[in-house]
Design a binder for this molecule. Structure first.
Ligand code: MN
Length: 713
C-alpha cells in the first residue's frame, strides 16, 4: 500500500500546483472513515481507495481526480455523507464523488438484462465529467487485480463478464489501451483460465526453444533505421494472452512464432521522422500488401494516431510495425488521460474532441433495443474445454476428457480414421490417454488403419463418436448383409432355385427395400425370414413350406406377419421390425417417433412419452415417423388412466359410455381402490387419437368419473 507521503509526492511531482493539504486530508479521512473494515483479501479496506489513487497517479491525473479516488467508496460504504465531503473538500470534489457513487450503485443492481441500460447510464454520467469514468475504471482495475480473493465463483464470473462486456470496451473507446488490455486479460483469466493457460504454455514452449526472435528483430530494425539517419526507440511488446486468443478465434489462424505475438513499436522525434522511418523500412523489407494505414493524417475517433505497416522483416518473419511520436505514444497508451499531461489547467473535457461520445449517447437514446448495442462487444466463451496445439501451432478446442483420437478427428476425419498413435509433447502416449491444456499433439497415422469399435468407449467429442459409430455400423451392416445372403442362398437352394440380384429385383418394392443388400441385412439381423423372401419371389413354394421347417427363426415380430409391409407408418427403415411402445400406446393422429434398438427393430412412441427421456443422449437412435393416412380398418389400443367414484354402477357407467362411443374395452386393470375411489388402467380399442379423445371427453362429462387421461407410461 502506498504511504501518504509517497502518494502526495507523486502528484506534486507531475503537478506542482496540486493542493497538497487537500490530498493529505483526503488520505487521512478515508483511512479514518473506513476504519477497521476489511477486503475479501483480508487487507484493511482503506488500502483499496489508496491503490486506486495510485493507479491514477500513473496516468498523471489532476489532484481532484486523486482526491476523488481516495474518497470514492465513502458514501456507499461508510457513515460519511456527500454533505460531509462537500464541506471538507468543496463542491467540485463532492460532485465527482457523487458521480462515482452513482456508477457504483448502477453496478450493484446490475444483472444480465440490466447491462445495456446501465451502460447507457454509465455513459451519461461519464459525459458530465470524464474524470468520473477514469476513477471508476481505476476502481475496476484494482477490483479485478484482487478478484481472486472473492470466494463466490458466481460473483467472480459476474464481475469478470461485466468487465469484459462493459468496462473494457469503455476503456478502449476513450483510448486507454493499457486499462483495456489489463481489464480484458484479468477477465479472461477468470472466465477462461484453460484457454489462457494453454496460450501461456505455448509461449513458454516457444521461449524454451531458444527463440530470442523479438530482440533479434528489434536490433535489425534499429540498424536499418540508423543507416538512414533515423534515431528511434523500438520496443517489442508481447501481446496479452487474451489478445492472442482473440486473434486466433476471430481470424482463425495459428501462432507459429513469437513475431506473430509481438507488436513492434518505433517511436521517433517528430511527425516528419515517422514518414522518414516508414520510407527506410519499406526500402529495406518487402511490404505486406494491404497492411499500411496512416492514422496520422486520419486519426481514429478515439484520438489514436500512428503509422501502421506490415513487413516481411528480418529472417523473413512477417511482422507488424507501428510508427509514432512520443506524444502519440502517450495518447495511444493513456488515451484521454494523456491530455492532462499537456493541459493540466484544463479540467473540462474538450467537447469537440469527444464528439463521438455525444453521438454515441444520441444513438443510445434513440436505439429501440439497447441490448443490441452491446451485443457485438460480447465474446463467446468456451467452458468445459481443453485446448491443445497441433505441431504447427493451431489451437484445437476439445471437450474436457478428450483423447488423441478426439484430437485426430478434430483435425480431419481422415486423420481420425487412420490414426495409430500419438506423440504428446514429444512422448508417445496411448490413444486413450486424456489430453491436458496446452498439450502439443502429433498424430501418427497409417493407411491401413480403420476406426476401431473400442475407440467409441473412450472418445468424448461428438464428431469422433459419430464417425466411429458410422464406420462400425457400416461394418456391422456388411456382416449382417453377408450373413443374410448366405441364409437366403441356402433356402433358395433347398427349394431348387438360385439366388440372384435379378430374382430379388422384382420384390424389392414389396419389402420397401432399395437394393438387395437391404434385404440381406434385414434377413441377417433376423428382422425378416428367408422364407418370406422366398415365397415373395416364388409364390409356388408356399404350400411346400408348410410341410417343412426351413430357417428356424424364432421370436416373430410384427414384421413377420403378412400385414407388416402395410404398416400405416411413414419413415420406417425397410425390413426393420416395428413395435408399438407399451408405455404410451401411440395412436394414429398423434405425433410419433421411432427408437431403434439393434437386433430388435423400431419401437414407436408418442412424442410426449416420458420413456423418451432415457434416449436423449443417443439421438442417432431416433427416427422421424408419421402416420400414413391410408389405414382406416385397423384398430389400435389406447390406454387410459381413469379414476371413478367407488359407488354401485360406476364401472357399468364407464363401459356404457365407452361402448356408446364405438370404443371396445380390451383390458381393464384396477391399480388402487380406496373407500371413495377406484383408480384403473383401461385399454380401449379405437381408430385413432381423435377417437380416443372423444371417449375421454365423454367420460369427463360423466358424474361418476373423477378424472381421466391418456396413460403416458
Ligand atoms: Mn471501489
Amino acid at each position: 500500500m502506498m504511504r501518504q507521503v509517497d502518494l502526495v509526492e507523486r502528484v506534486t511531482g507531475y503537478d506542482p500546483s496540486a493542493d497538497e493539504g487537500a490530498l493529505n486530508r483526503a488520505y487521512v479521512y478515508a483511512m479514518k472513515m473506513h476504519g477497521s473494515q476489511t477486503r475479501a483479501s483480508g487487507d484493511p479496506y482503506f488500502s483499496h481507495p489508496i491503490e486506486v489513487a495510485g493507479i491514477l497517479t500513473e496516468l498523471k491525473l489532476d489532484h481532484s481526480s486523486i482526491i476523488t479516488a481516495l474518497l470514492h467508496d465513502l458514501v456507499e460504504d461508510t457513515d460519511a455523507s456527500l454533505g460531509d465531503i462537500e464541506s471538507m473538500f468543496g463542491r467540485d470534489i463532492a460532485r465527482l464523488v457523487d458521480g462515482v457513487t452513482k456508477l457504483t450503485r448502477l453496478e450493484l443492481q446490475s444483472e444480465q438484462t440490466q447491462h445495456a441500460e446501465n451502460f447507457r447510464k454509465l455513459l451519461l454520467a461519464m459525459s458530465e465529467d470524464i474524470r468520473v469514468l477514469l476513477v471508476k475504471l481505476a476502481d475496476r482495475v484494482h477490483n479485478m487485480r484482487t478478484l481472486k480473493f472473492i470466494k463466490s465463483a458466481d460473483k467472480r464470473r459476474r464481475i469478470a463478464r461485466e468487465t469484459m462486456d462493459i468496462y473494457a470496451p469503455l476503456a478502449e473507446r476513450i483510448g486507454m489501451q493499457r486499462f483495456k488490455d489489463e481489464l480484458l486479460d484479468l477477465s479472461f483469466t477468470e472466465l477462461n483460465p484453460d484457454a489462457r493457460g494453454s496460450i501461456l504454455t505455448r509461449l513458454e514452449f516457444l521461449q524454451s526453444q531458444g527463440e530470442d526472435l523479438p530482440n533479434l528483430i528489434i536490433d535489425h530494425l534499429k540498424r536499418t533505421l540508423a543507416k538512414d539517419g533515423v534515431e528511434a526507440w523500438i520496443s517489442g511488446r508481447r501481446k496479452t494472452p487474451y489478445s492472442i486468443w482473440n486473434k486466433m478465434q476471430h481470424k482463425n489462424i495459428a501462432f507459429e512464432q513469437l513475431s506473430d505475438i509481438m507488436a513492434f513499436r518505433v517511436v521517433v522525434g517528430s511527425i516528419e521522422k515517422c514518414y522518414h522511418a516508414l520510407g527506410a523500412l519499406h526500402a529495406q523489407y518487402p511490404v505486406v500488401p494491404g497492411r499500411f494505414k496512416d492514422y496520422i493524417s486520419t486519426p481514429k475517433p478515439n484520438g489514436y494516431r500512428s503509422l501502421h505497416t506490415g513487413l516481411i522483416g528480418p529472417e523473413r518473419h512477417r511482422i507488424e510495425v507501428q510508427i509514432r511520436t512520443r506524444d502519440m505514444h502517450d495518447v495511444a497508451e493513456l488515451g484521454v488521460a494523456a491530455h492532462w499531461k499537456y493541459k493540466q489547467s484544463e479540467i473540462k473535457v474538450d467537447g469537440r474532441q469527444y464528439r463521438w461520445l455525444r453521438e454515441l449517447l444520441d444513438i443510445l437514446d434513440h436505439a429501440s433495443n439497447p441490448e443490441e448495442f452491446i451485443e457485438h462487444t460480447k465474446l463467446e466463451m468456451f467452458q468445459d474445454q481443453v485446448f491443445c496445439f497441433t505441431p504447427k501451432g493451431d489451437l484445437i478446442a476439445l471437450p474436457r476428457g478428450a483423447t488423441p483420437v478426439d484430437f485426430a478427428y478434430a483435425v480431419h476425419s481422415e486423420v481420425g480414421d487412420t490414426c495409430v498413435g500419438a506423440k504428446v509433447n514429444g512422448r508417445i502416449l496411448p490413444l486413450r490417454a486424456e489430453l491436458g491444456n496446452g498439450d502439443q499433439v502429433e498424430i501418427l497415422t497409417s493407411r491401413t488403419q480403420t476406426p476401431s469399435p473400442d475407440w467409441e468407449k473412450f472418445v468424448v467429442s461428438g464428431k469422433a463418436k459419430a464417425r466411429i459409430r458410422r464406420f462400425v455400423h457400416m461394418k456391422e451392416r456388411e456382416q449382417y448383409s453377408d450373413l443374410g445372403r448366405q441364409i437366403l442362398q441356402k433356402s433358395f437352394r433347398e427349394e431348387g432355385y438360385e439366388l440372384s440380384d435379378k430374382a430379388l429385383g422384382g420384390v424389392l418394392k414389396k419389402f420397401k427395400a432399395d437394393a438387395p443388400d437391404d434385404l440381406f441385412a434385414a434377413v441377417g439381423k433376423g428382422n425378416m425370414t428367408a422364407r418370406e423372401v422366398l415365397v415373395a419371389v416364388y409364390p409356388g413354394v408356399r404350400d411346400a413350406a408348410k410341410r417343412r421347417n426351413l430357417w428356424p427363426f424364432r421370436g416373430r415380430t410384427h414384421a413377420n406377419k403378412a400385414k407388416s409391409t402395410a404398416l400405416p407408418i411413414k419413415g420406417l427403415i425397410p425390413g426393420m421390425a416395428v413395435h408399438y411402445a407399451r408405455c404410451c400406446h401411440p395412436l394414429p393422429g398423434e405425433r410419433i417417433v421411432g427408437i431403434v434398438t439393434t437386433g430388435k427393430g423400431v419401437t414407436v412412441h408418442t412424442i410426449d412419452c416420458e420413456t423418451l427421456a432415457s434416449f436423449q443422449d443417443t439421438p442417432e437412435r431416433w427416427i422421424d415417423l408419421a402416420w400414413d393416412v391410408i389405414d382406416t380398418e385397423e384398430t389400435h389400443t389406447g390406454r387410459l388412466h381413469v379414476m371413478v367414484a367407488n359407488e354401485p354402477g360406476s364401472l357399468g357407467d364407464l363401459s356404457t359410455i365407452i361402448g356408446k362411443s364405438q370404443g371396445n374395452i380390451s383390458n381393464l386393470k384396477i391399480t388402487s381402490r380406496s373407500i371413495d375411489f377406484f383408480e384403473m388402467l383401461v385399454d380401449v380399442e379405437v381408430q385413432d387419437a381423435k377417437h380416443l379423445n372423444d371417449i375421454v371427453a365423454a367420460l369427463r362429462a360423466a358424474p361418476v368419473v373423477v378424472s381421466v387421461e391418456k396413460a403416458r407410461r
